[in-house]
Ligand binder design. Structure first.
Ligand SMILES: NC(=O)c1ccc[n+]([C@@H]2O[C@H](COP(=O)([O-])OP(=O)(O)OC[C@H]3O[C@@H](n4cnc5c(N)ncnc54)[C@H](OP(=O)(O)O)[C@@H]3O)[C@@H](O)[C@H]2O)c1
Length: 266
């Protein structure tokens, strides 16, 4: 049965930019009530103003901070009564070889890309289980399916998020709560400028970039169709399928893909 998004309450992390921002617009367009969360409240308020009406609300949320998570979830429940869909979207990358990866970058990626989605899920899940209805949507990445060199740690956090989605889906079988993993490929957002560049320049890694709007439409479609896993972009799909047949071939392809798309600083 399709998931009807009309009047569903959707909490989106990292909604101030890129894919999260586009998801806020597309889920609102699909009839949902949207709680847009991120650290940049000014950008969220601009977004709420742009969307307009009373089915959009903005809340400050640093997903790595326990008290902010609690406050944002309480805000969403006060404002709209419940949370039907959680989209774990906030994320960040450090472009660095493993050898050069600073401790604080490792800690930040683990906290933001992995621990925060787990903790957000733990916070919203009990009430979804009570209602026997809801969705947890995790925005992972193609590089969670096949790691890319010099984004090895970032890839590892996304592989862990993908694995978290798979395990959680099995735990929640027949509970009425869906778990959906969306793996975008290279997408045209500020992600590459916001990323840290340690020993490699974070240049765009694909010619065939999706727009964030296209990714957001795919997320809405996955939600409606309750699709457990979706991989996006032609390159992303190709490398994911390739890996099923030959790890060596997938390594070779991703190595050259990275070589073309990233520049060493030395
Ligand atoms: N762009 C791509 O090519 C691509 C490909 C595959 C997967 N992804 C994934 O897609 C997701 C969205 O990325 P994007 O491309 O849209 O990048 P983006 O434009 O840089 O957006 C990242 C979002 O995360 C938020 N954020 C960062 N740290 C946060 C924190 N501590 N607490 C709450 N929010 C935080 C940022 O908002 P504030 O700074 O306001 O907090 C921002 O809204 C990420 O998980 C990323 O890993 C991106």
């Amino acid at each position: 049965m399709a998931y009807d998004l009309t009047d569903k309450v959707v909490l989106i992390t990292g909604a101030s930019s890129g894919i999260g921002r586009a998801c806020a617009i597309e889920f609102h367009r699909a009839g949902a009530k949207v709680v847009a969360a991120a650290r940049s409240l000014d950008k969220l308020e601009d977004l709420a103003g742009e969307i307009g009406g009373d089915r959009i609300a903005a809340v400050r949320l640093d997903v790595t901070d326990a008290s902010e998570r609690e406050a944002a979830i309480a805000f969403a429940r006060e404002r709209f009564g419940r949370i039907d869909v959680l989209i774990n979207n906030a994320g960040w990358a450090s472009f660095a070889s493993v050898e050069k990866m600073p401790d604080e970058h490792l800690d930040r990626m683990l906290a933001l890309n992995l621990a925060a989605p787990v903790r957000m899920t733990q916070a919203v899940l009990p009430k979804m289980l009570e209602r026997r209805s809801g969705q947890i949507i995790n925005i992972s990445s193609v590089v969670g399916n096949q790691a890319i060199p010099r984004m090895t740690v970032y890839s590892s956090t996304k592989a862990a998020l993908t694995s978290f989605s798979t395990g959680l889906r099995m735990e929640l079988r027949r509970t009425g709560v869906d778990v959906i993993m969306v793996a975008p490929g290279s997408t045209n957002t500020p992600f590459f400028e916001t990323a840290a560049s340690v020993d490699v320049n974070a240049v765009r890694v694909a010619k065939t970039q999706y727009t964030p709007q296209r990714v957001a439409r795919a997320v809405v479609k996955s939600s409606r169709r309750r699709r457990p896993e979706v991989t996006l972009t032609a390159d992303g799909k190709a490398i994911t399928i390739m890996r099923r047949f030959s790890h060596r071939l997938a390594d070779f392809a991703m190595y050259h893909f990275a070589k073309y798309g990233m520049q060493s600083k030395h």
